[in-house]
Design a protein around this ligand. Structure first.
Ligand code: UDP
Length: 408
């Protein structure tokens, strides 16, 4: 795993020095992160890198995962969909399952770190037993809660209000809350196996080993098999574009421990793609970081046709690799893609089909979009910027009562 100073060639020595200065004010402080899955999805992806780097900086960061049964994850997936604005039937029994799982985790977890940093709605209710003023509690919301189903938000909100502050990924995600809200965009790690440079020959060999032929341009979407990522819409858009552009579609997914719908959606996708030799579906284990890296690199185009999205890390990953990206204009995606500058934003299947054709038939323009996309990520969405904003947030949380600003 890369050490902090190895990032200097990308972000400059000064940025690393700033991190060290900020972290020196947090030396010995404990920060416990809690989320709902150790593997799969963007949150686990970020925590895997954030924790070792915080530790290297002298912050005593740790990470724990709540434990829940099948019923709990079925309920929290409903919450997830409802908070993203979809309609869900949430029953009194569902709320009870959520509360009971939270209580059993409270018996198991020790939540006495200086900062308890809770990620997403699944473990949000752990705050109910916090002892006022003993330590600081931060809620990190990675999803777009700007237009939630009211009942789901009304249930969650009293918990959120018990935190000292909430962190959201985009200004558009802020909610009406009596606690401070801090906007911090997520990031990618440019030196991780998922994003580090690969020689073209190496990337091609890795992809061919997965049985993915490279005789035609690849149009790829990398995503958990989740309806909000619209895999069936991707297949339809590709089928429309395919009439005037020769290419292959690749849908790569995996599962996340906290997503019980994955197997069902995967089956729907297989059924829809059946009999079409130009559509490839691959389910890869969650440790397939180099494989995803290679797949993104050999692709001619990357799609992320989400219907709802948190930040959308896969978009940043593809842009960093200089790829032209066609993505739904939802969640944090418009922060990353300036339409027709660092990628293209679409609002429909027809729009996606149109742009697949356009970009496959105009590689020079597609290349320019990719180059601009890489610069946008370099400036805004690399791990070191994210780390700096977390350190500032921790300092802000721990500042003395009545202090207006963080003093360094
Ligand atoms: N990912 C992966 N394997 C897969 C599908 C996704 O490693 O089969 C990774 C992907 O590269 C990205 C993360 O999981 O780093 C997904 O984050 P994103 O914010 O795009 O979506 P989420 O799954 O959190 O909704």
């Amino acid at each position: 795993m890369a050490r902090l100073h190895e990032y200097a060639f990308l972000v400059g020595e000064q940025a690393i020095g700033e991190l060290e200065t900020l972290a020196s004010r947090l030396a010995g402080k404990t920060v416990l992160n809690v989320n709902s899955t150790a593997v799969g999805g963007g949150v686990a992806e970020i925590l895997n890198r954030m924790i070792p780097l915080l530790q290297e900086l002298g912050v005593q960061a740790s990470w724990d995962v709540i434990k829940g049964g099948e019923a709990f994850y079925a309920v929290t997936k409903k919450f997830h969909n409802a908070l993203h604005g979809g309609h869900q039937e949430i029953t009194p029994k569902d709320y009870q399952v959520y509360e009971d799982t939270c209580d059993s985790n409270l018996d198991r977890l020790t939540l006495d770190a200086d900062i308890v940093f809770i990620h997403d709605p699944q473990p949000a209710a752990l705050v109910k037993k916090r002892q006022a003023s003993r330590n600081r509690w931060l809620w990190r919301c990675h999803i777009d809660i700007s237009r939630p189903q009211p009942e789901a938000w009304e249930f969650l909100k009293p918990y959120v209000e018990k935190y000292d502050a909430a962190v959201v990924s985009s200004p558009a995600f802020a909610q009406k809350l009596p606690i401070p809200q801090i906007v911090i965009a997520p990031s990618i790690d440019p030196l991780s196996d998922k994003n580090r440079d690969l020689e073209e020959s190496e990337a091609r060999a890795i992809v061919e080993k997965l049985g993915i032929p490279l005789d035609k341009p690849l149009v790829t979407q990398v995503s958990r098999f989740d309806r909000l990522k619209d895999p069936l819409g991707v297949i339809e858009a590709f089928a429309q574009a395919r009439r005037s552009a020769d290419a292959r579609l690749l849908l790569v997914g995996g599962s996340a421990d906290d997503d019980p719908e994955g197997a069902q959606v995967y089956q729907e996708v297989l059924d829809r793609a059946k009999g079409n030799p130009d559509i490839l579906i691959r389910s890869l284990p969650p440790t397939s970081h180099v494989e995803i890296n290679a797949i993104q690199r050999v692709s001619a185009l990357i799609l992320q046709k989400s219907l709802r999205e948190g930040f959308g890390l896969t978009v940043a990953e593809a842009l960093w690799k200089g790829k032209p990206v066609i993505a739904g204009a939802v969640g944090g995606i418009p922060q990353q893609i300036v339409h027709q500058h660092s990628g293209v934003l679409v609002h429909s299947i027809e729009g996606a089909a149109y742009w697949i054709k356009q970009l496959l038939n105009n590689p020079a323009y597609a290349r320019k979009l990719g180059e601009n996309g890489r610069e946008r990520v370099r400036e805004n969405f690399l791990l070191t910027r994210h780390l700096k904003e977390y350190l500032l947030t921790f300092l802000y949380c721990l500042k003395g009562a009545g202090e207006e600003m963080v003093r360094l």
